[in-house]
Write a new protein. Structure first.
Length: 232
């Protein structure tokens, strides 16, 4: 667990609380300190404040989400829907307004860790496989995605799970609630706007390497993966 916040009192309060609940906690007080700690301790969850000395929390979130190896929870005194959406668009898995309830933060951390655990479990033989669509190749076992050009496309855990939900149900309209269940499980506490922002991030990564619009918006209904999919 890594806490990134320029305010020492906040870091101490969160760190002490999480330490009491059995977490190994590391702290960073600036953007410059983050990279070294990420390489040294490989945290599974990073808690990032929007305002970080020597940089900004959104930039840190974008960098971490491109690594696709950890979950990020953003903290911010900015609590409007627009601020929350911007944080989720940047790649955060969750967003909490300050002053944060430590008990709620603990519940959110446990929720993202449950998702990490589920995704880290070996897939059963019936779940393993390679999906091919419109020149793309998605390998469930290795959790990799290759564009038609052969380039490896980095996806966060949430983006990979969302794409898998689509390719397992191609050419079928899926509601936001269905996508939340398929991608995050029935115990997810995310709200439907989180799916919109995550789909937006996933679309940008797919559309940047494809001439086809793979994820289509179906007005008043949800989304549909438009391509035919072949499971190898």
């Amino acid at each position: 667990m890594l806490i990134v916040d320029g305010d020492g009192d906040t870091r101490f309060a969160i760190g002490e609380f999480l330490d009491f609940h059995g977490f190994s906690v590391f702290e960073a007080d600036s953007a410059a300190a983050v990279r070294g700690l990420i390489a040294d301790v490989s945290p599974d969850v990073v808690i990032v404040d929007v305002l970080v000395p020597g940089g900004d929390g959104l930039s840190i979130v974008r960098e971490l989400s491109n690594q696709g190896s950890m979950s990020v929870i953003m903290l911010s005194a900015l609590a409007s829907d627009i601020d929350r959406i911007v944080g989720l668009e940047a790649g955060a898995d969750d967003y909490l307004a300050k002053p944060v309830s430590l008990r709620e933060l603990l519940a959110r951390i446990r929720a993202v860790r449950r998702r990490i655990t589920r995704m880290a479990e070996p897939a059963s033989p019936s779940e393993e496989g390679v999906y091919r669509f419109a020149g793309w190749c998605m390998n469930v076992a290795s959790r990799t995605l290759n564009a038609p050009s052969g380039a490896r496309i980095p996806l966060s855990d949430g983006e990979f799970s969302l794409l898998r939900a689509f390719v397992e149900r191609p050419q079928r309209v899926l509601s936001r609630d269905q996508l939340l269940d398929f991608a995050r499980g029935p115990d997810s506490d995310a709200y439907d706007r989180a799916i919109d922002t995550q789909i937006s991030r996933l679309r940008r990564k797919l559309d940047g390497h494809s001439h086809n619009e793979l994820i289509k918006t179906i007005r008043n209904e949800g989304y549909m993966f438009s391509s035919r999919v072949e499971k190898m």
